[in-house]
Design a protein around this ligand. Structure first.
Ligand SMILES: [Zn+2]
Length: 212
């Protein structure tokens, strides 16, 4: 799933737990992706381009069910016992877990049970059908906005970022050559998307000025 719709998941959690600061919820839903970016920079995880198609073939540390559960539990422990905030601890952990679970629906079969074994591995592979991927993600983003009862500006943010994802979803063949040649481009691009969608969703999810 692309950055804007992971970010939109924070709206669902915010609606259920209004006291949780939006910026922390936005961090939670993208925490595993931030790990993916860092691990790709270090070369611990990697993607490949094969026959003109991008594959995220090795990402067991940032995107496995075990890692998702482990990071959710660690986050829960830190926030619950370190900061005495059970409600936020639960909300943050759900955000962390949401990332891996949603990615299982969209990714190819590349999400393992744990980093310690190749199998089982999950992924419904919706990413292989770019238009279906686009429509489902767009509907999900709009659903999050509707559930949150967001502003018109927030809806526009979700629509615009989903539409700008389309070229990336449709990208194949020679267009991917530069990603193959310069492996730092993809994680940098994803990091940029995470940061910019964080900002816009945070900015336009505030109902009134000064109220978080
Ligand atoms: Zn992901």
């Amino acid at each position: 799933m692309y950055a804007i719709n992971h970010a939109a998941t924070a709206l669902l959690i915010k609606k259920k737990q209004p006291t949780a600061p939006m910026f922390l919820l936005l961090v939670s839903v993208q925490l595993m992706e931030i790990f993916w970016v860092i691990f790709n920079y270090f070369g611990w995880e990697h993607f490949s381009v094969l026959n003109g198609k991008m594959h995220l073939d090795f990402l067991p540390y940032s995107h496995s069910l075990f890692s998702g559960v482990a990071v959710a539990l660690i986050s829960f422990a830190i926030i619950n016992w370190g900061y005495n905030n059970r409600k936020l601890a639960i909300a943050f952990s759900i955000g962390v877990l949401s990332h891996v679970i949603i990615d299982m629906v969209f990714h190819e079969k590349d999400i393992r049970l744990s980093p310690f074994s190749d199998k089982p591995v999950w992924g419904l592979g919706i990413i292989d059908y770019p238009l279906l991927n686009f429509v489902l993600e767009l509907m999900y983003g709009i659903f999050c906005w509707w559930y949150f009862k967001g502003s018109k500006a927030l809806l526009i943010v979700i629509l615009v970022f989903n539409i700008t994802d389309l070229p990336m979803m449709l990208g194949h063949g020679d267009a991917l050559k530069s990603f193959e040649k310069y492996p730092f481009i993809l994680p940098s691009f994803i990091l940029f998307q995470i940061l910019i969608t964080w900002y816009f969703v945070w900015r336009y999810s505030r109902k009134l000025k000064g109220r978080l």
